[in-house]
Ligand binder design. Structure first.
Ligand SMILES: O=C(O)CCC(=O)C(=O)O
Length: 264
């Protein structure tokens, strides 16, 4: 698994999440989307840009939401980052002292531009080396080319980290930044069944397309860094936006010798 991951920049593990956890995560998303349950403190509910601007009226409240950020603040959604089979795979890739961060429930509703431009997640993280940060993304329903699966450019994690900016698209979702002029001809579409999980390198170029179906496209994702990484921002926020990920750090395995995590 490790060889494949470092060669291609990603590896897929099938059926990693149990069905009852998937059902629980999707129900929690529905309850927060519908207003049955308040979002946890520090969790962000992000609406699709066309919905937020009043250009599209969503069929249901969930159809208006593009993502929920910092979902580890929620006691149910947090169960994802505690999932033992998932942590065991992460430990094999980046070692045993693990900080979880950047937790998100990713919804891609139909009838809006929910594309995610090709990008590298490393620009969002203060930790280095890049080899010690892994993204983990799990399907919470069947995910196909039709409903906007992930695409990866194999091997691109070995290249430079590019400058990122908003794409030249009419509708730009909040912080959906991309790499300009990237050759996407070698991209691979990652189709997944519920519970399938892709582990991907923090520097790999990846993104996703339109949802051309009538249903939602639901997934959950998080990143893990080895707690022994260096913090190259020296504890400061990055300047791209007011994005402030530090409150989402959790120590999920091993030790935190640098004291990066403030929530226990
Ligand atoms: O879920 C998606 O469609 C893309 C998510 C992604 O690439 C990210 O959040 O970095």
């Amino acid at each position: 698994m490790k060889d494949e991951y470092f060669e291609n920049g990603y590896v897929v593990r099938r059926g990693l999440l149990p069905a009852d956890l998937i059902a629980e995560l999707n129900q929690r998303f529905a309850d927060v989307a519908d207003g049955i349950r308040e979002p946890a403190k520090n969790m962000q509910v992000v609406r699709n840009v066309e919905v937020a601007k009043g250009l599209v009226t969503p069929k249901t409240k969930a159809h208006g939401i593009s993502k929920m950020n910092f979902v580890q603040a929620d006691p149910v959604l947090r169960k994802y980052s505690a999932c033992v089979p998932l942590l065991d795979q992460v430990e094999q890739l980046i070692g045993r002292d693990l900080i979880s961060m950047n937790s998100m429930y990713l919804n891609k509703p139909p009838h809006v531009d929910g594309r995610h431009p090709l990008h590298q997640d490393l620009i969002y993280f203060p930790f280095r080396p890049a080899d010690s940060i892994v993204g983990v993304w799990s399907a919470l329903e069947p995910i196909t080319r039709e409903n906007g699966c992930l695409v990866m450019i194999p091997g691109s994690h070995k290249g430079e980290t590019h400058a990122h900016d908003y794409p030249d698209w009419e509708h730009k979702n909040h912080l959906f930044l991309g790499v300009k002029d990237v050759d996407s001809s070698g991209r691979v579409h990652i189709e997944m069944e519920p519970g399938d999980t892709v582990f991907f390198h923090s520097n790999i170029i990846h993104g996703s397309g339109f949802n051309k179906t009538e249903g939602l496209r639901r997934a959950i994702a998080i990143h893990f860094a080895n707690a022994r990484c260096e913090d190259i921002w020296g504890g400061h926020k990055q300047t791209l936006d007011k994005y402030s990920p530090r409150d989402d750090y959790r120590l999920v395995r091993g030790e935190d010798p640098n004291g990066y995590v403030t929530h226990h």
